[in-house]
Design a protein. Structure first.
Length: 324
């Protein structure tokens, strides 16, 4: 038994790394049934690289060049919409896949019909393709405790605290596309998609690295800082506006779930947790300017464990106590 698999890739001025990524897809033990690439107006040699690859690839490669720049989120939405496979695997232009990636993904979906999505860990590489000796999950504190929580049906809780599903490692069932779209243009596609998928059904976590994830300055989205001191500096750089932005983002997810709640298996639970997240963020926004006056308010959120349920735990407490 097998499932048809589409790979959806977006490109934008990606000529430096694109050949290696395309070659890694062409070298899969289990080849994709199709590759869909949407280019967002590249001005370098990206289009020529893709067209040359499409002529030589052993599987159909569809290449679309946008008339106008859509931005990463809407470009990925377009690429997914053009996919015809039962499973859609997302791909960035600058990574490198290990040869067994699609085979492992297919096995994850064949293992259980209840699985709506799968994602894996990855090895980090730099702009010169050197291994950094760090895994993707550990780089944003997706530790074994969070992994167990995610795998045991509480993915919504993990994703409300922080995004842990990187689009480059994500695959999901194509028949869910209508539940996931339209994606707000000001949101990040993998963050939006992963949360709605978690509200819909079961994820399969693949703890092995299935690819090399490139970390470099040209990335649209980087990785969160790992070291405590660096994370505190990152927290200091995010002011009150970040709370309002997060509230607005979560409200959009809430609206989608309310409008289609009959289509999401865990809609009621997700909506309840979203209410808690919004209440927590509003509590943080309303903290007094005086550091002394903040303490009772912060203590209240510590005692009800909301800093750990909806924020970054001690990092968030430290920010509210010392920075704001």
């Amino acid at each position: 038994m097998s499932l048809s698999i589409s790979v959806a890739m977006c490109t934008f001025n990606g000529e430096r790394f694109l050949r290696d990524q395309l070659q890694s897809i062409a070298s899969q033990d289990r080849l994709p049934d199709e590759l869909v690439i949407c280019d967002d107006g590249s001005s370098d040699g990206t289009a020529e690289i893709v067209r040359d690859f499409a002529q030589r690839s052993a599987f159909p490669t569809r290449f679309v060049v946008n008339d106008k720049n859509l931005g990463s989120t809407k470009n990925f939405e377009q690429a997914i919409s053009l996919c015809q496979g039962a499973i859609v695997a997302l791909a960035d232009q600058d990574d490198v896949w290990y040869g067994y990636k699609l085979d492992r993904i297919e096995k994850a979906f064949l293992h259980s019909s209840a699985t709506v999505a799968a994602f894996s860990d990855a090895d980090l590489i730099d702009h010169d393709s050197r291994l950094l000796g760090v895994r993707l999950w550990s780089s944003f504190s997706f530790d074994p405790r969070n992994q167990r929580q995610f795998a045991n049906g509480h993915a919504v809780n993990v994703l409300l605290r922080h995004p842990v599903v990187t689009g480059a490692t994500l695959a999901f069932r194509r028949n869910l596309f209508d539940l996931l779209t339209p994606i707000p243009a000001d949101d990040i596609h993998d963050r939006w998609i992963s949360f709605l998928l978690a509200a819909h059904g079961q994820f399969d976590l693949i703890a092995d690295p299935l690819m090399q994830y490139r970390r470099h300055q040209g990335q649209q989205e980087g990785l969160p800082p790992v070291i405590f001191r660096t994370r505190m500096a990152h927290a200091r750089s995010r002011g009150e506006d970040s709370y309002f932005e997060e509230i607005q983002r979560v409200l959009k997810i809430q609206e989608r779930l309310k409008r289609r709640r009959q289509d999401f298996q865990y809609a009621e639970y997700a909506l309840e947790e979203i209410d808690g997240k919004i209440s927590h963020l509003e509590h943080r926004v309303r903290l007094p300017r005086s550091k002394i006056a903040r303490i009772p308010k912060i203590l209240q959120e510590i005692l009800n464990l909301h800093y750990w349920r909806y924020s970054g735990g001690w990092i968030s407490i430290g920010k509210d106590l010392l920075i704001r």
